[in-house]
Design a protein around this ligand. Structure first.
Ligand SMILES: C[S@@+](CC[C@H](N)C(=O)[O-])C[C@H]1O[C@@H](n2cnc3c(N)ncnc32)[C@H](O)[C@@H]1O
Length: 229
């Protein structure tokens, strides 16, 4: 399994990689479409907060944006730089804490994908992102919903790797955005994977979809964009 993902260019020791597969392309399609609809144009500068192994940063760069990835983990940044080199794209990577970084420059747009929910102080992250946006600039958040907190997978990752695995509630995220001077909210939705090959994951997907339907919409990630006033 690990070898298969390595062949596909995935990071074999990334704890989140194995159950993703083609899901990543659904995520990327959602990001790309969202940025297009938000009017983020080729050549714009974009900050990728919690970029990890840099696949989103590299795809943003490949799409013609001037991409900068920030992450706290040096090992991930090493992978990100190697990926950018392998893909022959020009991206910059900075090691820093998303709760306190200060790059002394601003960006036309920002992405925070699958990272905010690891913070125990998300309002600080949102405030730092807002501080790095130019007026009128958009940030796009793509994070697991509150259901993530009860997901067996997330519980296992938290146990095995010691990561904080929280869910993101739209109301709370909007409140943090407003406090940081962000507004004009836009929601985006992605396709979901309703079926699984094995009984356990199928049961989990069924619970997730039923709960998701009851609460909001059956999407795996919450996609929220906010603009700096
Ligand atoms: C689930 S991974 C997602 C990474 C990347 N966005 C992706 O899609 O592959 C979460 C990332 O958040 C980063 N992270 C967690 N806490 C952080 C912090 N305080 N500051 C910066 N990055 C952080 C981790 O190092 C990790 O790379």
């Amino acid at each position: 399994m690990a070898a298969r993902f390595q062949q596909l260019g995935w990071v074999a020791d990334k704890p989140f990689a194995f159950h993703w597969g083609s899901d990543a392309w659904v995520k990327w399609a959602t990001m790309a479409l969202a940025f297009e609809r938000l009017g983020v144009e080729e050549g714009a500068s974009v900050l990728d907060v919690g970029c990890g192994s840099g696949w989103t940063t590299a795809l943003l760069a490949e799409a013609g944006l001037a991409a900068t990835g920030v992450d706290i983990a040096p090992a991930y940044l090493e992978m990100a730089r190697a990926r950018a080199e392998r893909w022959e794209v020009d991206a910059t990577f900075v090691e820093d804490d998303m709760e306190s970084f200060a790059l002394e420059r601003s960006f036309d747009a920002a992405l925070c994908y699958d990272a905010l929910h690891h913070s125990t102080r998300p309002s600080l992250v949102v405030e730092r992102i807002a501080a790095h946006l130019r007026p009128g600039g958009w940030v796009l958040f793509g994070e697991p919903s509150w259901l993530h907190e009860v997901s067996p997978d997330a519980r296992r990752v938290q146990r095995e790797y010691g990561w904080q695995e929280r869910g993101v509630r739209v109301r709370r995220l909007k409140a943090d955005c407003r406090a940081a001077g962000l507004g004009a909210f836009r929601r985006f939705f992605e396709g979901t994977r309703p079926y699984e090959g094995r009984l356990g994951p199928f049961a989990w997907q069924a619970v997730r979809l039923v709960a998701g339907n009851a609460h909001a919409a059956p999407q795996a990630s919450v996609w929220l964009a906010a603009r700096k006033g």
